[in-house]
Design a protein around this ligand. Structure first.
Ligand code: ATP
Ligand code: MG
Length: 382
């Protein structure tokens, strides 16, 4: 048994193809990653658990194998991704007027967090700091230490279906895991693929293309503005090929992975191209329409793609065409010299990056209310 309870954290990405688990450690400010495992994904579809017992059995077996090598602490802390239709994002403004000039401290901000309104049937599970207005006259990202009479905070809040939240709590409790934070997949992935300079571009879009979901987050001024999910991914392309060419799923998948743009009048390749491009276009246009519906200002100046599905070049081309801006396919950057950093690991690496760079490891969280967990949190992006 190791004696590092407060410095260990598990990150779990409940993906459609694999459940990816890794342990991050932060001992004496030395951040490292150990035990990176990919478990088979059964009982998860479109980012949501639909077979509780199956997922519990897989996770339980996976954790057992990790603990045998690693040693375990009772009730490890754990951070999880969120995808699919079980969450919504909202931008919330909270105003505070003071009776006299007041200096902003972290408690002032924490008190505002408690004023985040409830949504019927939903529980707020994650809050991103957007910006703060001081005395209705100027904006800052870090108001700590400033004096003011009036203060406005803008938060990007992730609300999750309350019943599904209870399901997750139950699942993780039964595995002796303490679920301390939940991040939407695209916000997590952005943490693994974006560098500080990328956030300086005023409007960017990060898209994680998976098997059965495509998750996206639009950043404005370096902070999340809109986060959502499409219940379609690269596996839907495989299914279309399988249906269109009357092939079994594995043969269709192989055709997709081996696909390259036709250079001549190759009818078969052109037919295959049509199938691939029409489904990929559905996904890209869905994102475009969804952003447009929210606001005409949601036009990215750059798009970053990740997730294993982004390896299909059709996506890069279509994003360029539809959004008329440069598009980059990004692998997660190197974190604590981990070897496993393919596109598919963006979400789990982003989760651990977030956990190790925020104070969730040392906080004494109140289990009653997720929001209270942000009391001492030093917000970083997402
Ligand atoms: N070389 C490749 N070229 C194109 N697509 C690929 C390649 N390798 C894998 N894929 C596709 O990527 C998809 C899996 O992506 P990923 O591993 O990121 O999904 P996931 O995280 O498990 O799923 P989700 O995010 O939907 O829950 C599969 O549909 C697979 O066909
Ligand atoms: Mg994924």
């Amino acid at each position: 048994m190791s004696d590092v309870k407060d410095s260990n954290i598990l990150a779990i990405d409940l993906g459609s193809t694999f459940i990816r688990v890794l342990i991050g450690k932060n001992q004496f400010s030395n951040k490292s990653i150990s035990h990176f495992v990919s478990l088979p994904s059964y009982g998860i579809k479109n980012g949501t658990i639909y077979d509780f017992e199956q997922v519990r059995t897989i996770l339980s077996a996976g954790l057992k194998s990790i603990y045998q090598k690693e040693g375990s602490n009772f009730k490890e802390k754990c951070i999880l991704n969120l995808s699919g239709k079980v969450y919504v994002s909202k931008n919330i403004k909270i105003d505070q007027k003071f009776s006299k000039e007041t200096q902003i401290r972290s408690k002032t901000i924490n008190d505002l967090l408690l004023k985040i309104p409830e949504e019927k049937g939903y529980t707020s599970v994650h809050v991103c700091k957007k910006s703060f207005f001081i005395d209705n006259s100027f904006e800052t990202l870090n108001p700590s230490g400033m004096f003011c009479n009036a203060f406005q905070a803008n938060f990007h809040v992730i609300y999750m279906l309350s019943t599904y939240y209870r399901t997750l709590k139950e699942l993780f409790n039964s595995l002796h895991l303490d679920l301390v934070d939940i991040l939407p997949s695209p916000i997590a992935s952005a943490n693994a693929i974006l560098k500080e300079n990328d956030y300086l571009i005023p409007k960017i879009l990060v898209v994680d293309i998976g098997a059965l979901t495509t998750d996206f987050v639009f950043f404005s001024g370096g902070v999340p503005e809109f986060t959502s999910s499409v219940l379609l991914g690269s596996e839907n392309i495989t299914r279309d090929i399988s249906f269109g060419l009357k092939l079994n799923r594995d043969d269709a998948e192989k055709l997709k992975l081996d696909f390259s743009e036709p250079t001549d009048e190759d009818d078969f390749k052109n037919f295959l191209r049509n199938i691939i491009y029409s489904r990929a276009e559905d996904i890209v246009l869905y994102i475009y329409d969804k952003l447009k519906k929210v606001s005409d200002n949601m036009v990215p100046l750059r798009v970053y793609l990740t997730g294993q599905g982004s390896k299909l070049l059709a996506f890069k081309k279509l994003f360029e065409e539809v959004f008329e801006c440069p598009v980059e396919i990004r692998r997660p950057f190197s974190l604590a010299s981990t070897e496993k950093r393919d596109y598919e690991h963006a979400t789990v690496l982003g989760l651990i990056n977030y956990a190790l760079n925020n104070t969730i490891l040392t906080n004494k969280y109140d289990d009653q209310n997720f929001i209270q967990r942000f009391f001492e949190t030093f917000f970083k992006r997402g």
